[in-house]
Design a protein around this ligand. Sequence first.
Ligand code: GLC
Ligand code: GLC
Length: 819
Amino acid sequence: MQKFGHFDDAKKEYVITSPRTPYPWINYLGTQAFFSLISNTAGGYCFYKDARLRRITRYRYNNVPIDMGGRYFYINDNGTIWNPGWSPVKTELDSYECRHGMGYTIITGKKNDLKAEVTFFVPQNYDGEVQQVVLTNEGKSAKTFKFFSFAEWCLWDAQDDCTNFQRNFSTGRVEVVGSTIYHKTEYRDRRDHFAFYTVNDTIDGYDTDRDSFIGLYNGFNDPQAVVAGKANNSFADGWSPIASHYKEITLQPGETKTLVFVLGYVEMPADKKFEADGVTINKEKALAMIDKFNTPEKVAAGLAELKAAWDKLLGIFNVNTPDDKVNRMVNIWNQYQCMVTFNLSRSASYFESGIGRGMGFRDSNQDILGFVHQIPDRARERLIDLASTQLEDGGCYHQYQPLTKKGNSDIGGDFSDDPLWMILSVGSYIKETGDWGILDELVPYDNDASKAKPMLDHLTVSFYHIVNNLGPHGLPLAMRADWNDCINLSCFSDTPGESFQTYTNPKFAAEGGYSKIAESVMVATLFTYAGPTYVGILKHLGKNDEAAKAQAEIDKMKKNVMESAFDGDWFLRAYDANGNKMGSKECEEGQIFIEPQGFAIMSEIGKEQGADKKTLAAIDERLNTKYGLVLNNPAFTKYYIQYGEISTYPGGYKENAGIFTHNNAWIICAAAYAGEGDQAFKYYSEIAPAFNEEISDLHKTEPYVYGQMVAGKDASRFGEGKNSWLTGTAAWNMVAISQYIIGVQPDFDGLKVDPSIPHEWDGFKATRQFRGATYNITVENPNHVCKGVKSLTVDGKAIDGVVVPAFDGGVHEVVVVLG
Ligand code: GLC
Ligand code: GLC
């Protein structure tokens, strides 16, 4: 088993020491509007706000070899051609290192005494990627070499860019002024934006036409201009515009030269697009941007500002537990990943092309749970954007495009779980901030301002969307799918190419498009888990009748679940459209599913009869593996037309018995909730990436972030991870470790501290900023229990219960003794 680097916790970096990672290990630059993906060999691309509609540089997914296309620097040192990041030329380097940090990446390569260190970052409040190249001659004699930059432009709409060649090969346009190359395709007509690539020095040449630079029959690994050691000063006219600077550099022994490149994006007011000639780009804004980062001093200041911003964000919640790996995940990487998932939902990663999906309603609401403490104002804005795409009956568009913020009608709605996540996310926002005002905010339905209602109304229709759509057992209708996109109980698809997500069998047309028999137990238990948040909100507002009415619905649902959906040792998954049980001992395959169990336990359904402990035992026995809990067991080995997509996956992969780390977190929460701190921590450590660093060659994806899925025990590649970065696992594991295991949980009236930890721990310390005050929390565990608060003092005064009041500012010492 092998690692490919190590954590540098003091710098909050992961240090990759070999370019040949088992998969490209990436980082994200930018957290506001301009985003870049960057791999450990500088592959990747950038976009503005929307990876589909405003793609700035081009990238080819599923390429051979992998990860081709990025921002590349080429060095031709007397015939030895190499890149600081090894790829794409792949000349063996004398040394290589990639440091992925919080919003920046530093790649350093050395060859024949020439060292090139490249720092990439997107500064705060800046629509561009800054790339600082520091070249040092570490040898004993002078060196003269040729230096080239390279970026390939995307013609803005990434979908169109990779399909519509008959048009796109004729539209590409550029402008070159001094050391700046402007990309202005379609700027003349309907677009008010352009991009540029510049360097803070004179250049000896450039290329803007890809075929001239690379050569029609060459590749990124041997661009003909670099091989020739000379730029062509080519001018793109259609085909594929690129930007490449060329400079000949001489360095004396020990001498260093620093170049600062900026790859920027500019939007112009429609009436100020051009200079007086009506043709030339008005560069006022671009020049101002360039001026902001045209010296190493300005770069250093920008980087320092970025690091300070991250220190501040990560200072909001901090732990010091006996386990370094926990500290590393909680204090650095898990929180960092939560920012990325908050920003990008499931749109752009090395497994998501940026084309297929915008912001998911379900996904983004859940992402808020792990992010809200970082920048509550941005969470608030997102909640309003999401709620604005909701329909008046409480249903939701499943996705929206970030650029337009409009619901996406291609994918439509009718996912049965969607509305419930919004109750949880709005609840978590209020619990974090105490900002009850959000409930009065007027929020449109279906993006139609004339249909605006207060946010509270959105929660009400969300809650009753479930209540109003129940099936024969009084359980929620399954509709097209619930959280599990691949359980499509109204699909019955037998035709290749039909999308399981959007196709519903015409036989259900008369019933309104989906089966009125198929029911989801998962949505039932999510309802009983999320419902109390809605009730809590109503009570706080003094709407006691409405609260009682909602509570009655929750109680009824719990009763229905216990009567019709408890299988003796665990909860059923669903009733299919034929009225048959799914996820039961009676089934041939797929006897137990993970999804409904955690929420059922946390809703205390059947707790008096011991349903919680029985369920936890069954999970441990049937679902657990050394790499986490599989989603269902036994895996499906054939196609069950009545279940839909789930049984199309080979056993052990994805939704068919893969280890979906996302809902592992629900079980971690549930085990902790039920007092089983050891069990909770066992599951946590099976999937938390830092714990799997030692098996990176098997695990394959980045050891610093969660992936959506690890191959399950039925797969031949058991333990292999996929789909890293953009997953609800980031938020949910943040919730699991911080709110359930560490047990620091914002509540409507204060900060709850109720840990559920491994019994070996002597205790831990945590710091939490909450509503303007700072809480220094010390937890002592003298009797080595998992859970149970014996005493709690705040600033020396004992408190009843486990909720620390919200203070107006100040620093407060909280001491909790377990026992
Ligand atoms: C993916 C989707 C998420 C879905 C899950 C299970 O993670 O992003 O929305 O719930 O798969 O299908
Ligand atoms: C969604 C989910 C994924 C699922 C797929 C099915 O995109 O992310 O988990 O496998 O739908 O098409």
